[in-house]
Structure formats: C-alpha cells, structure tokens
Design a protein around this ligand. Structure first.
Ligand SMILES: Cc1cc2nc3c(=O)[nH]c(=O)nc-3n(C[C@H](O)[C@H](O)[C@H](O)COP(=O)(O)OP(=O)(O)OC[C@H]3O[C@@H](n4cnc5c(N)ncnc54)[C@H](O)[C@@H]3O)c2cc1C
Length: 315
C-alpha cells in the first residue's frame, strides 16, 4: 500500500501544513507497514525538512511552466509521479483544489478535512470535519484508492525522522488555463492559515484607525491578524484577513476575538481553534457560548493593558 503525500510549498518554501500532511502520511504508512513518498512542485527548501517528519522518498518536480498555480496543471503533474493507493494532501486553499481534480482524473475516492489517523485502512475509514466544523462524521471510502485532505492543525506536526532519498523529475505540463492578472499580498507578516495564534477584530473596534492596538497585541504574541466579514467589506482591513464561512477557515491553537459578536457565519471559520478567547463589552454576545475564556469589557481598555502585561512578562 504505497502512501504518497503532496508537500505544498509557497515560493519554494515548505508550508507548516506540508509537515502536518507528511506526519499524517507517516501514521498511515506505519499502520500499513509501508513508507511515505512526498511529492512537491519546484521546492527550493531542502528535502531534509520532509525526512524529519517521516518521508523516506522525496520527488521534486521541476517544471518552469508551473511557476503560476493552477489546480488542473498541478493535478496533472502530481498524477505523473504519484500512483499510490493513498495520497495525502493538506487542506490548504491550493492543495484542497488539486486533490479533487486528481481524484476525478485517476478514479480515487476523496475524503476531505480529515481530523485523525484512519480507523481502518481497508476499507479506508476516517473521522472528518462536517457542517462547517459544527460536527464530525466517520467517512468510509468505496474504492481501494483514496485521496484525503488533512484539516489544518488537527493531526499536528509530528517529528518522526527517517533517512530519506531524493529524486528530481523534470516535467513540462501544459499550464495554459491560468494567467495571473493581479496579486494581493496579505498585509500581515504571518500566513493566517498557518499561524499558531490569531488576534482577530470586528466592528466593535469602530474604525480602521483603531487597529494599531490589535497589531501591537499580535506583535507581542507573534500572532497573525484577522477580521470579521463586515470589517473587510467596509474596507477597514484587507479581504485576505476575512475569516468565516465566506472567508478563510482557520484552526490556530489560540484565537483571540475582539469586538466580534460571534455570528454563526463567523464561527464556521474559527470554531476549530483549540482555545478561543472572546473580549466583548456585551455580556450577552453570542460568541461567549463558544469561548474557552471570556472577558466582558471595553476592548479599548483591555487590549492595550493586555499588551503591556504580556510585554512585561516577556521582558
Ligand atoms: C451568507 C453570509 C455569509 C457570511 N459570512 C461571514 C464570514 O465569513 N465571516 C464573518 O465574520 N461574518 C460573515 N457574515 C456576517 C455575519 O452574519 C455577521 O454579520 C458578522 O460576523 C458580524 O461582524 P462583527 O461581529 O464584526 O460585527 P457586529 O455584529 O456589529 O458585532 C460587533 C461586536 O462588538 C462588540 N463591541 C462593541 N463595542 C465594543 C468595545 N468597545 N469593546 C468590546 N466589544 C465591543 C459588540 O458588543 C458586538 O458584539 C456572513 C453573513 C451572511 C448572511
């Protein structure tokens, strides 16, 4: 039972989600008594980073034509080298659009957003996120060949070093469907979907001029910043920060929500976070029902004080 994993990189640098996917693939390979082969497109990072999480073989696809991302072309490229009975993808924006293309192309069953190592390999059965994270289900694959996407921050990154070997595969896949017209760079220093800590704010902040305190708090915590939908709709913050049902779905270890009411559409994108802290002046705000810790109060007093306290603790 050959196990493959798609190790996603961004501008050649492996994402944390790639290490999590490799860790997950290694858990399957251990169950199956087999090894893991990682596949990546134009990486510049060393393959040592993938051996560390359990990939015994790394296939580096070199293809100038794949500089611009296209789900179809990437699925074609992965298809040329990955013929395992199980292929693992991270559930990132790009990888989760390659996975279904590849599944249709080569007749795989597809199970997305898996949370844990499989309950059985034959038939393949696994627990997955359902209903925008409000529930979960146990999905069973019909066929022998399965593609899974791993929900970010669910399984975790697990070191499991093996000695590995690398192979370079030169391809020239047609990539004519995608032309990059413009590129919006996320304003934060950290990738929101990869961040361990996220500080997020909503309409309770009253205006864009008040985001300095959110950025200061994020700065001392080493966190990424996010926002609710109306905030990005009005143009207070860039759309790249919008989280929720119609924005990015994130699952950091710590999500701090400031001046956000906690509408169901917002929760859909953040309720898989490990710990949720809600700061809101209204004790009846619905978000408190989903919070692990809640602070009732004015964010204009609490946030600067919290930032100072953390700075003092760190100092
Ligand atoms: C189809 C659809 C899809 C949607 N998708 C999304 C989505 O993806 N993401 C999303 O976020 N929303 C989404 N929404 C919108 C969602 O329903 C809510 O309207 C939105 O999340 C509310 O944003 P908010 O919490 O920032 O603002 P509000 O609901 O206005 O809440 C502001 C909060 O700030 C608090 N507050 C005010 N002053 C202070 C203060 N000084 N200190 C502390 N707290 C204070 C208030 O008590 C209040 O709870 C969607 C809606 C629809 C219909």
């Amino acid at each position: 039972m050959a196990v493959f994993v798609y190790a996603e990189n961004i501008n050649g640098v492996y994402k944390k989600a790639a290490f999590e996917a490799v860790s997950y693939a290694k858990a399957i390979a251990d169950q199956a008594g087999d090894t893991v082969t990682a596949v990546s497109v134009n990486p510049t990072d060393s393959s040592d980073l993938l051996y560390k999480y359990g990939a015994s073989n790394v296939i580096n696809i070199k293809d100038e034509g794949l500089k611009n991302f296209s789900a179809k072309a990437y699925a074609q490229a992965v298809s040329e080298v990955a013929d395992g009975s199980i292929i693992v993808f991270p559930h990132t924006t790009d990888a989760s659009s390659v996975a279904p293309m590849l599944a249709v192309m080569n007749g795989y069953s597809l199970i997305t957003n898996v949370l844990e190592a499989p309950e059985s390999l034959s038939p393949f059965q696994v627990k997955r996120r359902a209903f925008s994270g409000k529930g979960y289900m146990h999905a069973k694959a019909k066929g022998e060949k399965v593609i899974v996407t791993v929900s970010q921050n669910a399984f975790g990154v697990k070191e499991n070093a093996v000695s590995g070997s690398e192979e370079v595969k030169n391809l020239s896949v047609a990539n004519e469907d995608t032309k990059v017209i413009s590129h919006e760079q996320s304003s934060g220093k950290l990738d929101l979907k990869e961040a361990e800590i996220v500080v997020s704010a909503g309409r309770g902040l009253k205006g864009p001029e008040n985001w300095g305190m959110i950025e200061d708090l994020a700065g001392v915590l080493g966190a990424a910043t996010a926002c609710s939908k109306p905030v990005s709709d009005i143009g207070w913050r860039p759309h790249t920060e919008h989280v929720g049902q119609t924005g990015k779905a994130i699952a950091p270890n710590l999500y701090i929500a400031v001046g956000i009411s906690g509408a169901i559409q917002h929760l859909a994108g953040v309720n898989s976070s490990k710990t949720i802290v809600v700061i809101n002046s209204d004790p009846e705000a619905p978000f408190f029902k989903s919070a692990d810790y809640g602070v009732v109060g004015d964010s204009f007093q609490i946030i600067p004080a919290l930032t100072e306290k953390i700075k003092a603790l760190k100092g």
